[in-house]
Structure formats: C-alpha cells, structure tokens
Design a protein around this ligand. Structure first.
Ligand code: F6P
Length: 489
C-alpha cells in the first residue's frame, strides 16, 4: 500500500539513518591489556560509505566478525572513534555465518552477479545448497530483526549489498511503513544468467530487494537487468522511469554511482609514510615507465588476462622490453575459498612464467606484492604512467576513480564492463576485458601517448571524479526515497 499522505514523516534528508551491511565500518579486537581497540573495516563498500556519514545520529548495523565485535554486541553499541556513529553488531552463530557469507554470498551470489561460472561444469546445486540457503535466510532474518528494533525514531534504512538482499522484504513485514533503500555495490546478473540460481532463490532475492522503496545500483545497465527479472514475477508490474508496482505499493529502481572522497585520499597521499613509499617505488622504478594495477586478489578482477595482455604487448612491441615495469598490488581476499585460492595460484604461476621467459639481468617485467596496505597503494597511484583496471564485470571499481585523484599525468585503461565506464569512458582507453589483443594494444597506446594528451585525459578524469561527492551520492538516494513516497497527484 502507498503510505498515508497525511502521515507526517520528516523528509528523508532530515531523518536519522540506519545503515546495514555485512562488514562494518570498524571491527574491534582486544589489545594485550584486554582493552577493545578498533580497526577500519576493509573493502570498497566501507570506503564508499565512510565519506558519507558526517552526522553523528547514524547507527551502523553489521555482522560481528571478531571476538571483540561479539563483546561489543553484548554491551549493545560502541561508538566508531572516527565517525562518531553508533555501531551495533549482529551475532550470527559460526556455522550459520559460514553458510550465509562464505557459501551463499561469496561462492554463489558473487559468482552469479559477476558472471564467473564456467557453465559447462559449474555450478551444480543440491541438498547442500538448500542448507546453505537456510543459513542465508536466517542470517538475513537476524539483520531484519535488529533493524526493526532500531525503528522507533522513524529512520531511513540504507541496506547494503547482495549479502542482505532478503532484508528489505523481511523488514517491511516487521515495520510496514519503514522507509528503505537497498543499494547493490556489485553488478546485477542479467535476466537469463540469474536463472542459473534455483528458482525459489532467484524469486526470493528479487522479492527481497523489491521490499525496498528504492532499489539502487551503480550503473543503469544493472538497473535494467534487475527490472527485466522482476517483470516476470507474479504480482509485479514494471512502470515507466524505473518505477515498479508490487501489489499496490510503488517502488523505484535507479542508478546512483558511488563517489570517492577526494579530500580523504589526498590526506592519505600527504602522509609521511605514503610519501616514503612513493620515494621507494620511484627509486625501484628507475627510468622505466610504470604500469600499475591495484586489486583484491579475486577472479572478477580479471588479473590473469591482464598478465597475458601485458605479455602479448611486450612480445609484440619488443622495444618496450626493459623500459616498462608492471607493478601489481593485491590485497588478500576470501582466502579460505577454493575458487579464490586456485585463481590466486594461477595468477602467480603466470607471473613466474612470464618473468622467467622475458626477464633479463637488469629487468624483471612484473613485480607482485600481496599485502593489505591502502597507504602503499596510494603511494603507487602517484607514480603510474598507465593504470590497468580490466575487471570481467565490476559494480563500479573505486581504483579507477582513486588513481586519477592522486595522479593527473597517467592514462587509465578501463574495462567496458566496470560501472565506472559510464562516468570515465570519455577520458579513458576502454577495453573488452576478454580481448587480450585489444588490452595489449591499449597498454601500448597508453605508454606511447604524447605526454600532453595523457595529462589532458588525466585532468579530465580527475575533474569528472571530483564532480561527484559522497554526500551527493547519499542525497540523491534520499531524494529518490522522498519522491517515491509522495502520494500520486
Ligand atoms: O562491492 C562488494 C563488496 O561487498 C565490497 O564491499 C567490497 O569491496 C568487497 O565486496 C569485499 O568483500 P568482503 O567484505 O567479502 O571482503
């Protein structure tokens, strides 16, 4: 039902906010003396959202991941020392958490939304998948219950990502008038690919997300995928302009591409440790040109084809051998999962082979560093001549936006399947990520590009990124929420 027009909700812009995500903005651990100490949560979602909440009336609800988080959960809330938000943890028993996060979210939903299966062989669903699904349902329910308890101040709920795709509908049952935005940071699978999922799971995920008033995505193309899928669901009608009706309730699906905070990345770039990294890398690079990539070590990032494209570039352009170095910075990701382990091993084996076949005494073509070190990556951003961002599919890709904020002289090679393509394509060299010939040519073109052209593009990228800010990203979602809740004229 449409909300009662006479009911006086404040505008979403003036409301308190409750965020929900699997990984929180901070995680707590105990130091030697038993005191709780906090550490910033890793990953793109936290980076994207951390610039958003300058208000101290926000509550962030996340899954407890450490013993420290569980201790906080017993107490109720903790205040994030940086943002001053309240953080509340949902405790999910370990076995259920394994089913919800590692099995369902990381091995099934991540794979479907990034088109990662080799469909002649994988996936196969069986009774084990059903047990996994039950864990996912229960974990989503635990979130919905925690969020409902936060409902007394009529907040706006901002529910993040595929982990929590069932929460909007569950929360709506508990709090029928709740104002809910669900935002997906990943791509959203096309309608036929989504049908790989067991039918009841696909339906529950679509209905779950559609429980929100606003269903947000990083790019128009993922909005279209979502709408194509809900079009078929009994009880749904897709209207014009991204709106859809669920029974007699109207909701909307829209693109809200995330923004990165220029201020906070420049603050990191100005730190003495970052400057030291930059000096070290400059000395290591010497007179060579620098090709850089910065990624989590995982299959959607298309790391393997990136190395093959670089090899092809070197073999087709032998004059570049000895004059360019490829620095690949990876942060470890979901290491317990066999698919990720195997992919990481394949990537490193390929690096070893390429280095063995092409290195000389004075030159090694590829240098890989695997470490969780954001400052190090920012130090490296300052130095690249070309930044390679070639994901198979990616919701947005923050690296493509962070690099140009620090570096205005380097070129960006960007996959046409990254959400960032929509925003940055004008100033980037764009590639089909599956085509290593095209990617090899783009590496050549980036490195051969006259300096003036590269700088012009670099400035264009930087200006485009800065035109969008995290507070504007939040405001556009809140405005969409106010609009969709307005009664029809
Ligand atoms: O965009 C999807 C996302 O959830 C981001 O928050 C983050 O970059 C990434 O996946 C990391 O995931 P995890 O929390 O599983 O390490």
């Amino acid at each position: 039902m449409q909300p009662d027009a006479t009911q006086a909700f404040p505008s979403a812009m003036e409301s308190t906010i409750v965020v929900a995500s699997n990984r929180g903005p901070v995680s707590f651990d105990r130091d030697r003396s038993g005191e709780l100490i906090s550490q910033r949560g890793a990953g793109g979602l936290v980076t994207a959202l951390s610039g958003v909440f300058f208000r101290d009336d926000t509550t962030w609800v996340a899954a407890a991941m450490t013993e420290g988080d569980r201790a906080v959960a017993v107490e109720g809330y903790e205040i994030d020392p940086d943002s001053h938000q309240r953080v509340r943890f949902v405790v999910i028993p370990p076995e259920r958490y394994e089913a919800y996060y590692n099995q369902m979210a990381n091995r099934i939903l991540w794979f479907v939304h990034h088109y990662l299966w080799d469909t002649a062989r994988t996936p196969t669903f069986d009774e084990h998948t059903e047990a996994t699904w039950q864990g996912f349902v229960e974990a989503n329910r635990a979130f919905a219950l925690a969020l409902a308890e936060e409902g007394d101040r009529d907040p706006v709920y901002l529910i993040q990502d595929y982990h929590l795709s069932l929460v909007p509908a569950m929360l709506r049952e508990l709090r029928p008038d709740a104002r809910i935005v669900h935002f997906t940071h990943t791509p959203f699978a096309g309608a036929t690919y989504l049908r790989i999922l067991p039918a009841h799971m696909r339906d529950a995920i679509l209905r779950g997300m559609a429980g929100a008033d606003v269903v947000g995505f990083q790019a128009r193309t993922w909005v279209e995928s979502f709408l194509l899928s809900v079009r078929d669901l009994p009880g749904f009608r897709v209207l014009r302009g991204g709106r859809f009706a669920v029974g007699d309730r109207i909701a909307t699906a829209r693109a809200f591409p995330v923004a990165v905070s220029a201020h906070s990345i420049r603050e990191t770039a100005a730190k003495p440790e970052t400057k030291r990294v930059r000096r070290e890398l400059k000395a290591w690079k010497g007179a060579a040109r620098l090709l850089l990539r910065v990624d989590r070590l995982e299959p959607s990032k298309n790391i393997l084809r990136g190395f093959l494209a670089y090899e092809l570039f070197l073999r087709s352009n032998p004059s570049w051998q000895g004059r360019v170095k490829f620095l690949a910075l990876f942060s470890p990701s979901r290491e317990a999962l066999p698919e990720y382990q195997a992919y990481g091993d394949d990537c490193l084996a390929e690096v070893e082979r390429i280095n063995k076949e092409l290195a000389t005494e004075a030159w090694q073509p590829i240098e890989v560093r695997i470490q969780e070190d954001y400052g190090y990556a920012v130090g490296a951003y300052g130095l690249y001549d070309a930044l390679l961002v070639n994901p198979v599919y990616d919701g947005m890709n923050l690296v493509a936006m962070e690099g140009p904020l620090v570096n205005r002289h380097g070129a960006l090679i960007l996959s046409r399947n990254a959400g960032a393509y929509g925003r940055l394509r004008k100033h980037a060299l764009t590639v089909n990520p599956f085509d290593i010939r095209e990617t090899a040519d783009a590496i050549r073109d980036a490195l051969d590009m006259p300096e003036e052209d590269r700088k012009r593009r670099g400035r264009g990228l930087s200006r485009t990124v800065q035109a969008h800010t995290p507070p504007l990203w939040l405001a556009s979602q809140l405005e969409a929420l106010d609009q969709v809740r307005l009664p029809p004229d």
